[in-house]
Design a protein around this ligand. Structure first.
Ligand code: S3P
Length: 430
């Protein structure tokens, strides 16, 4: 669908990473936590379903969600397999929780999730004492048995992954002694921030440029009221759309801008995007602002690989911005994109080429020759491989194309951004 300019004010749903954690920590506290702004996407609902099976009561009350937790150390044995749908975050973080409890659990997921590597959490959690029977290749479906008491470890992350960091720290909550994760490259720190909000003493120190994050267990979590800020990853689709569709002038309200998440905005500005940050404030212990984004002629750029963790989910839509920019955009150091909900390097290379962009795929990144603000030809259908972010990115590409971009399926969008299509229509006045 080629589009008119994006105008007005919109508000994107709550942050997915923060929503998962709010439910999990609420379930681990003894007493009642209230969450407002929770993302009601399928991924987060999968987390809620699993936590209910392990004893938490989670209910919607008006616009809020109420969680009555069971407490650390007293998770119940789930009766059925935990169906994780498409959600890697639910799977890996909950595996961490189960690892230090005396229960066993089966984890299942959809075709996309069943191809994703779980060895990265199985390795450290096995060292802590949990045992695993994964499918060949270390994937779902898998069975695991927790160990209570588990053994504390010090673990240096071999990949920059907030999910692995969080899995180990969550296992540490019910492990006697000090569990430490060393992260050579900073990743999103919502786990650390929110655990502190639940009264946990999370120690973070910098040693030789690396973060050492420690928890001494077992800990008690005090219930807490949480306000979830808007998801910067969801807002990014609109920031790019407004940047590439001529005449756009859009305000995206209440966007979380945690330093470990805002790389996309820094890169868009480096490309010449016009972004104004209005009404800075703090929501739920996270920095937040309204973003005013106006159409701009973007320039191709070279993206510093060290920025990757702070925009790891935003590369698909950044590639769309690059396809409309003037000159070449060079990305590297992005091997992790091959193990997301799809292989996002090959999926985006194929999809953008189908839409008329010039893209070279390398082992660790894409090189994109921009169209100098001229619309792409469009076309399709593009294959989204059950990946919400490929679907939304190519929908954004369609807005700046002559013929629109046809997408093979929009169902996966409901995992993270259920009202994406209606917000696009609202902003573009369709
Ligand atoms: C997430 C961490 C990232 C990100 C995912 C959410 C989290 O994954 O891609 O969408 O909530 O911790 P990795 O830890 O695999 O990089």
């Amino acid at each position: 669908m080629p589009s008119g300019p994006l105008k007005g004010r919109i508000r994107v749903p709550g942050d997915k990473s923060i929503s998962h954690r709010a439910l999990m920590f609420g379930a681990l506290a003894v007493g009642r936590s209230r969450i407002s702004g929770l993302l009601e996407g399928e991924d987060v609902l999968a987390t809620a379903g699993a936590l209910r099976q392990m004893g938490a009561t989670i209910e919607r009350e008006g616009d809020d969600w109420i969680v009555d937790g069971v407490g650390v150390g007293t998770l119940l044995q789930p009766e059925q397999a935990l169906d994780m749908g498409n959600s890697g975050t639910s799977t890996r973080l909950l595996m961490g929780l189960v690892a230090s409890h005396g229960i066993h659990a089966a984890f299942t997921g959809d075709a996309s999730l069943s191809e994703r590597p779980m060895g990265r959490v199985i390795d450290p959690l096995s060292t802590m004492g949990a045992s695993f029977t994964p499918s060949p290749g270390g994937t779902l479906p898998l069975m695991m048995e927790g160990m209570q008491p588990a053994v504390p470890i010090t673990y240096r992350l071999p990949v920059a992954s907030a999910q692995v960091k969080s899995a180990v720290l969550l296992a540490g909550l019910n492990t006697p002694g000090t569990t430490t994760v060393i992260e050579p490259i900073p990743t999103r720190d919502h786990t650390e921030r929110m655990l502190r909000g639940f009264g946990v003493d999370v120690q973070t120190t910098e040693v030789n440029g690396e973060n050492h994050i420690s928890i001494t267990g077992p800990v008690d979590l005090s219930p807490c009221d949480i306000v979830v800020p808007g998801d910067p990853s969801s807002a990014a689709f609109f920031a790019v759309a407004a940047s590439i569709v001529p005449g756009s002038d859009l305000v995206i309200e209440n966007v979380g801008l945690n330093q470990t998440r805002n790389g996309i905005y820094r890169v868009l500005e480096q490309m010449g995007a016009q972004i104004e940050y209005l009404d800075h404030c703090e929501v739920g212990g996270e920095p937040v602002a309204d973003l005013r984004v106006r159409h701009a002629r973007l320039q191709g750029t070279e993206i510093d690989p060290s920025l990757a963790p702070s925009m790891i989910d935003e590369f698909p839509v950044l590639f769309v911005a690059a396809a409309l920019a003037e000159g070449t955009t060079n990305t590297s150091g992005l091997e992790e994109l091959r193990v997301k909900e799809s292989d996002r390097l090959s999926a985006m290379a194929a999809a953008l080429r189908k839409a008329g962009a010039r893209v070279e795929e390398r082992e660790d990144g894409l090189i994109i020759e921009g169209n100098s603000s001229r619309p792409l030809s469009g076309g399709g259908p593009v294959t989204t491989h059950l990946d919400h972010r490929i679907a939304m990115s190519m929908a954004v590409a369609g807005l700046a194309s002559e013929n629109g971009v046809e997408i093979d399926g929009t169902d996966p969008i409901a995992t993270s951004f259920p009202n994406f299509v209606s917000l696009i229509s609202e902003a573009s006045g369709d």
